[in-house]
Write a protein that binds this ligand. Structure first.
Ligand code: CAA
Length: 257
């Protein structure tokens, strides 16, 4: 399928999506959202795909929601259409998604990276929620997900001032999982995704569900949920194989069942 704003390819068991609106620093307009949903949906029904990498260009992961598209909108229509709620669907994606971020990840771009399961950043990455400088506030979850990721003090600092933080600060504050030299960014993300895709898919999906649940529930409920998922994995062939392979000192051959 041909996309106007994305480059989409399959590399082994990994789906790779590259945001591709260089003239607008990958600003996220309604076409990007529509196409991202299509690309994700295609990877989700493809049993050969075990993980997805989402990236941008060297200069920009994405510089935010498209300001030129948003500027003329009126309250009545954004409210009636529940404007930008569509991005939540991406957070509900079941297969693991890694954001590989280089350059600007601002506003909706930072929020899109946070919709992914974890972020690997290039040393050149710059994160921020500058919406306040445009007379608005984050709208794709920035006030909630950034606060959960970095805590209240830094989230307030970033969201109230609109300043950017560099990759080192983002790593220190827990927003990104690793920082790498720019030349290694895509390889590092692809290697992580390839590793994930090589594991038992049911346990990968459940691990993602369990960690995601930590943001939505109490500790007691989360622990119970984790235990039930853990117990249910004993119904899979892959649990038998994974543990037998360890004991027999060989590599497991997972059947994803
Ligand atoms: N929307 C639309 N176009 C954008 C854009 C955006 N978010 N960000 C950059 N562009 C466009 C610029 O208009 C420019 O296009 P033209 O050449 O046609 O003028 C092109 O991309 C290159 O940008 P700059 O010339 O500005 O590049 P720069 O290197 O001087 O600055 C930048 C880079 C600091 C990222 C600057 O572009 C910038 O501040 N962008 C806006 C960042 C922002 O405010 N993001 C939040 C958007 S609101 C939002 O996301 C709401 C939400 O939560 C849902």
């Amino acid at each position: 399928m041909a996309y106007e704003t994305l480059l989409v390819e399959t590399r082994g068991n990994v789906g790779l999506i590259t945001l591709n609106r260089p003239q607008a620093l990958n600003a996220l307009n309604s076409t990007v959202l529509k196409e991202l949903k299509q690309a994700y949906a295609a990877f989700h029904i493809d049993d050969g795909i075990g993980a997805i990498v989402l990236t941008g260009s060297e200069r920009a992961f994405a510089a935010g929601a498209d300001i030129k598209e948003m500027q003329p909108l009126e309250f009545a229509e954004v409210y009636k259409n529940d404007f930008i709620s569509g991005w939540d669907e991406i957070a509900k994606a079941r297969k693991p998604i890694i954001a590989a971020v280089s350059g600007f990840a601002l506003g909706g771009g930072c929020e899109l990276a946070m919709l992914c399961d974890f972020i690997i950043a290039s040393e050149t990455a710059k994160f921020g929620q500058p919406e306040i400088t445009l007379g608005v506030i984050p709208g794709i979850g920035g006030s909630q997900r950034l606060t959960r990721a970095v805590g209240k003090a830094k989230a307030m600092d970033l969201i109230l001032t609109g300043r950017m933080m560099d990759a080192a600060e983002a790593e220190r504050s827990g927003l990104v999982s690793r920082v790498v030299v720019p030349e290694r960014l895509l390889d590092e993300a692809m290697e992580a995704a390839t590793k994930i895709a090589s594991l038992s898919h049911p346990s990968v999906l459940m691990a993602k569900e369990a960690v995601s649940r930590a943001f939505e529930t109490t500790l007691e409920e989360g622990l119970r949920f984790e235990r039930r998922l853990f117990q249910s994995l004993f119904a899979t062939e892959d649990q038998k194989e994974g543990m037998a392979a360890f004991i027999e000192k060989r590599k497991p051959v997972f059947k994803n069942r």
